[in-house]
Design a binder for this molecule. Structure first.
Ligand code: ATP
Ligand code: MG
Length: 607
């Protein structure tokens, strides 16, 4: 492969695009790999497409090696299968939906569980056909609420999705482990650092799942690790629940005046000044229970208010809350929400106006609690714990409010932030926090999809059995952004050789014809050796611009044919990553470069 720069469909930019905040987004646009078409939607330019294809090749080779068989589904799909599993509703506004000319409902698929399930149902009927693993590398559509960071969160993106089909749980576990191992090999071959963490199954349903995260400060996921090996997405961390407390010595609940206390800190200060604790210790933020009001939007569009009680020394974590209430969406309650619930005194919400404590609460004919706003608390709010809460009256708070004695709740919810040093749920010590980008996700789905779509096969005894499934995704286009995050410096990209769009860039600098003739000759020779060459043959472009472009593009090796060649017949070989420069006679250049490329390729192949 030999591409001349003078005719290449590449335009580099000196300035960062205005909407780009993270390095991968800036550099992929500036170096001419991708171009924005609409928010979260990108056009693949020749350089970008070459890199994407190479990432796909690594994924494809590993999927084939584990016995996966590749298929390819349309992105445009009929709605019925998604209605049958209820995901048509559960995906909510994230689903891109459309109508055909006859008014039929269609969607652009966000993921393909339904279609794979139906395909196997269509073609297979016996236990003898299983296990089976099918995969595709295909374009997905999600109308993300916050598309960001270029390829990292797109509304159109490339995913490798695979699906396993097995007779029983043990066999599913084997398929799951095989995928887990395959993903480790894929990310290792790509040289991408990764951490495997427990995850929430989310809208996908199913029993257990793990995520592969690329650790990065720009990641949207927070994950935790304990020194003894526990690792989880913060969304999936369950709070260690304290033992119930004996509150028999706790003073009675009491309403106190608390003017000018807009913050927890000011409230705590006022309490210590005016209402010191009987036991001699100071009031602390952790003694307070703040009541946050959220609106849940159910998949059917119903809006429900929810009060969440969180210890005052912690913030709410919206992602943990979202994961806890999925498939509902959640937002802060609005002024209008408060107008429809005058019993909620803003800033002073206590326990008496909400949940089971409210006089508005009744039970309907279906046995469901109605009337008052649902009230869920952090799992640390156990029987016998004592809190400072709002007083359900303006400018008042209640102190010594004891769970079980003075109030009841509708349940608990994981909505509070996880903090550095919190105990790991498995008892393996304090947790450390870091951020990461989710590059892969594996789910042991179980029978949810097979059941709702009727995927059964006959077992050895001729009895009909529901198939059990797994579903597994790699964000291929997101992986390209993660690789750019991991492989760049101030001057541009610097790709690992197995995903770089070219192996070598040959630069002809200066004005002399014989320099260009020699550079051309070298490029042709390298091409004939099977090396992918981008030859910067541009006349009237300064050496400075050529060097800058070459660093921006991030091709692993650069050969400069220029002034040295004219003086003493040598060329310079530069290693983009190490910055190392080697001078060799022109006659030796092709073989030296060939060896460098071959060594680099075999090094990554043996990782
Ligand atoms: P996220 O939590 O980041 O929204 P997800 O859990 O919804 O992702 P999955 O349904 O597990 O994503 O999809 C499988 C993989 O596809 C993810 O691990 C991720 O790498 C990739 N992916 C998901 N959403 C996007 C997106 N909007 N843009 C690019 N890649 C994505
Ligand atoms: Mg996921």
């Amino acid at each position: 492969m030999l591409q001349n720069m003078s005719t290449a469909f590449i335009r580099t930019l000196r300035e960062d695009p205005a909407d780009a905040e993270v390095p991968s987004h800036k550099l992929l646009v500036r170096a001419g790999y991708i171009r924005r078409t609409a928010p979260g939607i990108y056009t693949w330019l020749p350089l970008g497409l070459r890199t994407l294809r190479k990432i796909e090749t690594v994924v494809r080779e590993e999927m084939d090696a584990m016995g996966g068989q590749e298929v390819h589904f349309p992105a445009l799909l009929p709605a019925d299968p998604y209605k049958a599993t209820n995901r048509w509703a559960e995906y909510g506004p994230t689903l891109f939906t459309l109508n055909d000319r006859k008014g039929g409902d269609y969607l652009l698929a966000p993921t393909h569980e339904e279609m794979f399930t139906l395909l196997v149902k269509d073609m297979y009927s016996s236990y003898k056909d299983l296990p089976l693993c099918l995969y595709q590398i295909q374009t997905k559509y999600r109308d993300e609420a916050r598309p960001r960071a270029g390829l990292i969160r797109g509304r159109e993106f490339v995913m490798k999705d695979s699906y396993s089909f097995d007779m029983d749980d043990d066999a599913l576990e084997v398929s799951y482990r095989k995928h887990r191992d395959t993903y480790q090999r894929i990310f290792t071959r790509l040289g991408l650092d990764h951490v495997i963490v427990n995850a929430m199954a989310g809208a996908m349903g199913g029993s257990h799942s793990e995520e592969f995260l690329f650790p990065s400060p720009i990641g949207e996921d927070t994950f935790v690790k304990s020194d003894a090996g526990y690792a989880a997405n913060a969304e999936a961390v369950t709070t260690v629940v304290p033992e119930p407390r004996d509150a028999s010595n706790e003073p009675p609940m009491r309403l106190v005046d608390t003017p000018n206390t807009p913050t927890i800190d000011s409230l705590v200060a006022l309490l210590n000044e005016r209402y010191p604790r009987e036991d001699g210790r100071d009031w602390e933020a952790a003694d307070t229970l703040k009541h946050l009001v959220f609106a849940l939007i159910h998949p059917d569009g119903e809006r429900e208010l929810l009060v969440v009680g969180i210890p005052g020394d912690r913030d709410a974590d919206m992602k943990r809350l979202e994961a806890s209430v999925a498939p509902c969406e959640v937002e802060m309650a609005t002024d209008k929400d408060f107008e429809t619930h005058p019993e909620l005194i803003r800033g002073y919400i206590g326990t008496s106006a909400i949940g089971p404590n409210s006089p508005l609460r009744t039970i309907d004919e279906n046995g469901e609690a109605i009337g008052s706003v649902r009230y869920l608390v952090d799992p640390r709010v156990v029987e016998g714990t004592s809190w400072v809460t709002g007083g359900d009256e303006s400018l008042k708070h209640a102190i010594h409010v004891v769970m079980g004695r003075d109030f009841q709740v509708d349940g608990t919810i994981e909505a509070a932030e996880v903090r550095e040093g919190d105990p790991a749920p498995d008892g393996s010590g304090p947790l450390h926090l870091a951020r990461g980008i989710e590059i892969g996700h594996i789910f042991a789905l179980g029978r949810k999809y097979a059941e709702s779509l009727g995927l059964t096969v006959l077992d050895e005894n001729g009895k009909s059995r529901v198939v059990t499934m797994g579903s597994y995704g790699v964000g291929v286009s997101r992986v390209m952004a993660a690789l750019a995050e991991a492989n760049h410096d101030d001057n541009g990209l610097c790709w690992p050789i197995n995903v770089a769009p070219f192996h070598v860039q040959v630069l002809a600098t200066g004005k002399k014809d014989d320099v260009f003739t020699a550079a051309q000759e070298l490029s042709v020779l390298l091409d004939s050796m099977g090396i992918e060459v981008l030859y910067d043959d541009r006349r009237k472009v300064s050496a400075g611009v050529k060097f800058a472009d070459s660093e921006l593009l991030g091709v692993p090796f650069t050969v400069v044919v220029g002034r040295d060649f004219e003086c003493d017949g040598t060329v310079e070989i530069r290693d983009r990553r190490s910055g190392e420069r080697t001078i060799v006679p022109f006659e030796e250049a092709s073989e030296t470069v060939r060896d460098l490329v071959k060594n680099a390729l075999s090094e990554v192949a043996n990782r």
